[in-house]
Write a protein that binds this ligand. Structure first.
Ligand code: PEP
Length: 259
């Protein structure tokens, strides 16, 4: 029996129309039903904003959870183009991804804004999936640990133990996202072990309950090796979550590995 319930989140990024999203969500919902009935894993889907409402309707009554890929921290006001955490809760989201490296790279996301967003997500009654990770350069320069520590200190600034308990962390080495170059299970565990240790030092025992996902070119054929690591509690899956069968084979890694 695992201490932490594994969580698998499909990040669909900027892909899929409403019709395509519904098709994908339906396939996942239908297949996952019997698995999550055992209450042993949590499955989350993160479509584009425009598909959230219809997908929420499609997932209604199922155990598959809905996530958004980003949010704004203010609940309302003169902020043209933004979508607040408050409105994402209203549409039925349970999770919001914040601080994804693509947002940091292309949209000026920094630890301070990640922190504001994560707090807004919790205040709206949802759970943030806070993404952190180092570049290849930072890893090569021996700065991986300090980079992860800085992202955690900034992204989780002002968090209480209770807030941390609501938070999922996603370790996503930037050199592994969308590149086909997955971290080895040992590399991933080294980072996850460090992250948990850092959380323990700053927040205490609640760190044992925090789920830490791995993200970066996760596929059905590499998930089992990652999941046997003691501090890896699931995956944030990009490209491979766009095909129902591949994503389901990741979610059901135990059955696939045993077959
Ligand atoms: C991601 O989008 O968070 C991700 C890890 O992408 P991919 O699985 O495609 O590397």
């Amino acid at each position: 029996m695992r201490l932490r319930r594994p969580i698998f989140c499909g990040n669909w990024k900027l892909h899929r129309t409403i019709a395509e999203s519904l098709e994908l969500a339906t396939a996942v919902k239908n297949a996952v039903g019997p698995t999550v009935h055992r209450n042993d894993i949590e499955v989350v889907l993160a479509p584009v904003f425009t598909a959230l409402h219809p997908v929420a309707g499609r997932l209604f009554g199922s155990q598959v959870r809905l996530a958004a890929q980003d949010c704004f921290w203010e609940s309302q006001g003169a902020f043209t183009g933004e979508v607040s955490a408050y409105l994402l809760a209203d549409v039925g989201c349970r999770y919001v991804i914040v601080g994804h490296s693509e947002r940091r790279q292309h949209f000026g996301e920094v630890d301070e804004t990640v922190n504001r967003k994560a707090k807004a997500v919790i205040a709206a009654g949802m759970r943030p999936i806070v993404c952190i990770g180092e570049t290849a350069r930072e890893r090569d320069d021996g700065m991986m640990f300090s980079r992860l520590a800085a992202q955690m200190m900034g992204g989780l600034l002002g968090f209480s133990e209770e807030m941390l308990a609501e938070t999922v962390l996603a370790y996503e080495p930037i050199w592994a996202i969308g590149t086909g170059r997955v971290a080895t299970p040992e590399q991933a565990q080294e980072a996850h072990g460090y992250i948990r240790q850092h959380l323990r030092e700053h927040f205490g025992e609640v760190a044992e309950r925090v789920r830490i996902q791995y993200g970066g070119s996760v596929k059905a054929d590499n998930i089992a090796g990652l999941m046997v690591q003691p501090d890896i509690d699931g995956a944030l899956v990009g490209g491979a979550s766009l095909k129902a069968e591949e994503f389901l084979n990741i979610v059901r890694y135990q059955e696939v590995a045993g077959s």
